[in-house]
Design a protein around this ligand. Structure first.
Ligand SMILES: *[C@@H]1O[C@H](CO)[C@@H](O)[C@H](O)[C@H]1NC(C)=O
Ligand SMILES: *[C@@H]1O[C@H](CO)[C@@H](O)[C@H](O)[C@H]1NC(C)=O
Ligand SMILES: *[C@@H]1O[C@H](CO)[C@@H](O)[C@H](O)[C@H]1NC(C)=O
Ligand SMILES: *[C@@H]1O[C@H](CO)[C@@H](O)[C@H](O)[C@H]1NC(C)=O
Ligand SMILES: *[C@@H]1O[C@H](CO)[C@@H](O)[C@H](O)[C@H]1NC(C)=O
Ligand SMILES: *[C@@H]1O[C@H](CO)[C@@H](O)[C@H](O)[C@H]1NC(C)=O
Ligand SMILES: *[C@@H]1O[C@H](CO)[C@@H](O)[C@H](O)[C@H]1NC(C)=O
Length: 915
């Protein structure tokens, strides 16, 4: 619990040492102090008269805010210079001072002061008109400031460990008066002192008393760390004792209280008990307090004298038989925090003690946990360097990614529990950047999207951009860049690992990169030869020019997105292998002419998907098919189109839409599937299907089981697993007998390798309302993202409502259902059209399952295999109910086959495995 340094050996040792060395520590240096007089005009500085500490203007630490002097009415000769001016922040939610060039891991004392002094003539800072704002150290709350007095200096102090080589101090506007600050001071501390403060806990000062004197503050130079010790306001039951002899610091002293503080002490006037208590401001002293009592014997005791005492905290024994050491500092302190609002300290002399107890100093700190991790320091360094190199006209202050609500404009970061956030996206489009592309960009080692388009960047495209292995999209459009594109960047772009955008006002950089688009599969065969041919010789060049000319012509004919260099193939799909692979029918390749025949010249449109239009058709053998034809303006490109084709040839399952074949000729791309006669689940839930009635609860469960099995197969039956990425009710199609099959693999992407549990993708794909929030925030995709989307599908089955309802309020289905559940009313959440015809237990099970699937963190969600099991159990409950219902309704006895056609409810009554 506490340390007690009583060894007399030390005592002698110290005396010997202090005699041998003239001074253990000389005048402490202010070299490493940072002392900022906020609001002082730029370039000004001065040395404080009292402390001799030099103060500087804050201009080099912050850009935002306005300088003010306090009103003349509040000036007094005793008011230190650094309290006379201030900086106020009428605009911006968060404004931060950056204290740089610190030592990472070093402990620092930070002190901010606030002196209103009616600087703005508004007569604020009154009890009825307080100024309130929050003060943060980095991303964590330091103190909620409430200034209610215009004439006093409000200080706040903390001991904190620098988590990087800088500390930012931020003022957060709470819309309750304009935040302002008068001074900011930083003092380095030894890492060993104040052991309760570490990288995850800072200490916020509540009280620091010099016991004995009734007036005067002690700070630098008496206290080498420039702590401010205030006199303790004591009752007449106590009195001061003091010495003129210096009190020495114990070499293991964990608090280094200055001699000036230890040379005075309080002791009872009468009796042998010393009691301390103080006005317990509830808002001030909050739970988790650390208490430090400083002691030193300052009286020379006679041979028959002794001073030992027991220490009680709030009436409980805290330390037994404490003996202060003569002229040596020592302390008794808490190592685990006390969680009380109020503190009474009693020091009671032990039985054989002839002298009353004493106390020389007292400190109380509140532990401040640092729950939020700051952004990865390498990313911080890089982005700060970028900020230095270009005049970025954005409110960039404090930590770039945290708190999330104050993340820098133009940045997107990954947020994963207990991992420092990384910068994933940097958008500096149209930000008036000029000059060369800085090498600092390449130091953002986790960045995936870098958008520098529409600036005035000049020079060549630097090769170091190719070193950013995580980079997936590089947009340099609309700049003044010249010269060749570095070979490595070109290679990455051709391999498909990087999307490169470099056209626009940029001068044509070289033939192989100008305005290329991969809207036909000859592209690669053309560009690669160009590079080779040029190096071979001039003769062949003519051929190249011809080819380029032809290519250009083609691009004009069917330009898709002429700025985007899309890879022609998605290589990640190549090695997918799924169970029952051999079962698949050989997929056919069709020509455009075939498609015309199949669809009767595209007369019947049955849908419009991300790729383009879906037509109805018949194969020669009369089998009905759906033909998805790529539209030229499709927002999804060739890459996805072929990705879908490739995954489809390898996956085969009864609950996945059967792939018949594809068409890939020069101008057209198409995918041909089995026709699903009953449309999508979405249409059924919206009442738009041909069925002519609403799906029963039993049917909904059966559909859910089947769809879940399809997804389970993608996740479990395929190696590497296939993540669908766009699970939604419109992608669950229903065939004859309402058999459910999962459709649209356009967004599937196999996991890259066995060592990875997730893959990052260039952008969040999926449909609003269904997208996993974790994926959305972190860009980390895994099977659990599909589980989330499937949970939303379940909620739609339960409620019959779409995932997002337009209008204000509880827009998202997850929150909507959760709030209804919180009120305990499941009936309220159910689709009213079901008219109460369902087994309540089965519904509860599904609601519970849906909520688990849509848990915020992917680790909390079940797997698709778990989901299938739960759904089947629920289906069994519902089937039992339907069975007992049908026993009660005589005369409706029909054969199972007829029921199949007429009313699937009756079929269900045979049992869940009927189909
Ligand atoms: C504050 O007062 C000083 C002189 O006392 C003056 O030089 C400075 O410009 C004033 N600052 C503001 C913001 O008015
Ligand atoms: C900080 O101290 C607390 C309490 O002693 C401890 O639980 C925590 O692990 C420490 N953190 C670090 C980063 O050392
Ligand atoms: C300390 O020194 C001052 C003058 O130097 C003297 O008046 C005072 O009595 C001394 N105090 C003690 C406790 O010796
Ligand atoms: C200390 O106590 C002893 C006996 O207990 C006595 O003889 C001596 O005189 C005392 N000395 C003082 C300075 O009181
Ligand atoms: C502290 O002491 C005061 C007076 O001695 C007493 O009224 C109060 O209850 C005490 N508080 C605690 C927490 O022990
Ligand atoms: C006083 O009593 C304590 C035990 O209560 C003992 O440890 C200590 O040595 C005694 N001191 C003197 C000076 O007798
Ligand atoms: C771009 O930079 C060039 C050269 O520095 C300058 O002449 C031109 O005015 C700039 N254009 C814009 C739009 O800033």
């Amino acid at each position: 619990m506490m340390s007690y340094l009583s060894s007399l050996v030390w005592c002698f040792l110290i005396l010997v040492v202090s005699v041998a060395t003239v001074r253990i520590h000389g005048q402490p240096s202010t070299e490493d102090f940072i002392s900022i007089d906020c609001g002082l005009a730029d370039g000004h500085s001065y040395v404080d008269e009292l402390t001799k500490i030099p103060y500087t203007s804050d201009a080099q630490f912050i850009e935002a805010g306005t300088n003010y002097n306090i009103s003349r009415d509040y000036l007094s000769s005793s008011l230190p210079e650094h309290q006379r001016s201030l900086r106020s922040f009428p605009t911006g939610e968060r404004n931060c001072y950056a204290l740089k060039s610190l030592v990472q891991g070093q402990k620092y004392l930070l002190r901010a002061t606030f002196m209103y002094g009616n600087y703005d003539g508004q007569n604020s800072a009154r009890e009825d008109k307080p100024i309130q704002f929050d003060l943060h150290i980095g991303v964590n709350l330091w103190k909620s400031m409430k200034i209610v007095d215009a004439s006093t200096v409000t200080p706040t102090e903390a001991i904190t460990v620098a988590l990087a080589d800088y500390i930012s101090v931020c003022l957060i506007n709470k819309q309750s008066g304009t935040p302002f600050i008068s001074s900011l001071e930083l003092r380095p501390l030894k890492t060993s002192i104040y052991p309760a403060a570490n990288a995850s806990i800072s200490l916020v000062l509540l009280k620091r008393f010099n016991m004995g004197p009734t007036d005067g503050l002690i700070r630098y130079p008496d206290d080498g760390h420039d702590r401010i010790w205030k006199p303790f306001d004591y009752s007449s039951a106590l009195k001061e004792i003091s010495t003129n002899l210096t009190v020495h610091s114990h070499p293991d002293d964990l608090f280094e209280a200055p001699s000036a503080v230890l040379q005075t002490a309080l002791t009872p006037v009468n009796g042998l008990v010393l009691r301390l208590g103080w006005d317990p401001k509830r808002e001030d002293i909050l739970p988790e307090c650390h208490i430090i009592m400083q002691f030193a014997e300052i009286q020379s005791l006679g041979p028959n004298d002794s001073r030992t005492f027991d220490i009680y905290l709030n009436g409980d024994p805290f330390f037994d038989t404490y003996l202060p050491i003569y002229q040596i500092s020592d302390s008794v302190y808490t190592t685990v925090p006390y969680t009380e609002y109020e503190y009474n300290i009693s020091l009671k002399a032990t039985k054989n003690s002839t002298l009353p107890p004493i106390i020389n100093g007292l400190e109380i700190y509140k532990a401040m946990h640092l729950p939020e991790l700051s952004t990865d320091s390498r990313d911080v360094d890089a982005i700060m360097a970028i900020q230095m190199e270009y005049p970025v006209q954005k409110n960039w202050a404090g930590d770039p990614c945290v708190p999330r609500a104050y993340a820098w404009e133009g940045l997107n970061c990954s947020y994963i529990v207990s991992v420092p956030p990384r910068i994933k996206t940097l958008n500096l489009s149209s930000s008036r950047l000029s000059g060369a592309i800085s090498s600092s960009f390449s130091k953002l080692k986790a960045i995936e999207t870098l958008d520098l388009s529409y600036n005035n960047l000049t020079g060549t495209i630097p090769g170091f951009l190719a070193d950013i292995s995580s980079l997936q999209l590089l947009n340099l459009r609309g700049n003044q860049l010249t010269g060749p594109v570095p070979a490595d960047l070109l290679r990455k772009s051709e391999e498909g690992s990087l999307i490169l955008r470099i056209d626009g006002p940029n001068p044509c950089i070289n033939e192989s990169t100008c305005g290329t688009a991969c809207n036909n599969n000859n592209k690669k065969k053309i560009t690669t030869p160009i590079i080779m041919i040029i190096s071979i010789g001039v003769v062949v060049l003519l051929v190249v020019v011809l080819i380029v000319w032809i290519t250009r012509r083609r691009q004009q004919d069917f330009a898709m997105d002429s700025s985007v260099r899309r890879p022609c193939e998605d290589r990640t799909e190549r090695n997918v292998d799924c169970k029952d692979h051999q079962l698949k029918l050989e997929s056919r390749q069709f020509t455009y002419k075939d498609l015309e025949n199949i669809t009767n010249k595209f007369v019947r449109i049955i849908g419009q998907g991300g790729f383009g239009i879906v037509y109805h058709g018949f194969l020669e053998n009369g089998v009905q098919v759906a033909v998805k034809l790529c539209s030229q303006s499709s927002s999804q490109g060739t890459k996805e189109f072929l990705a879908e084709a490739q995954s489809l040839t390898r996956v085969h399952h009864k609950n996945l839409v059967t792939f018949v074949g594809y068409c890939k000729d020069e101008n057209y791309l198409a995918l041909i599937y089995d026709y699903m006669s009953q449309g999508s689940l979405r249409d059924h839930l919206r009442g738009k299907a041909d069925l002519g009635r609403i799906l029963s609860w039993g049917e909904r469960l059966q559909i859910a089981v089947e769809a879940a099995q399809g997804l389970e197969y993608l996740h479990k039956g395929c190696t590497p697993p296939i993540i669908h990425r766009d699970v939604k009710t419109s992608n669950i199609l229903l065939g004859e007998g309402l058999v459910a099959k999962i459709a649209d693999f356009g967004l599937s992407k196999s996991l890259l390798s066995d060592s990875h549990t997730h893959v990052s993708t260039e952008m969040v794909v999926g449909t609003p309302g269904y997208v996993d929030p974790e994926y959305h925030n972190s860009y980390q995709l895994n099977e659990k993202s599909d589980v989330y989307s499937f949970g939303v599908v379940l909620l739609e089955l339960i409620t019959g409502h779409p995932p997002i309802t337009p209008g204000p309020g509880k827009a998202y289905i997850v929150q909507r259902v959760a709030s209804k559940l919180a009120r305990g009313n499941i009936e309220d959440a159910m689709d009213a059209r079901l008219k109460g015809e369902y087994d309540a237990n089965s519904v509860w099970k599904i609601v519970d399952l849906a909520m688990k699937c849509t848990a915020q963190f992917s680790t909390q969600r079940p797997t698709m295999s778990d989901v299938v099991i739960q759904l089947k159990e629920s289906l069994a409950l519902e089937a039992a109910r339907e069975r007992s219902e049908s026993l009660h309704s005589e005369g409706l006895d029909v054969s199972p086959n007829a029921a199949f056609e007429l009313d699937r409810n009756k079929l269900m009554s045979v049992g869940p495995s009927a189909r």
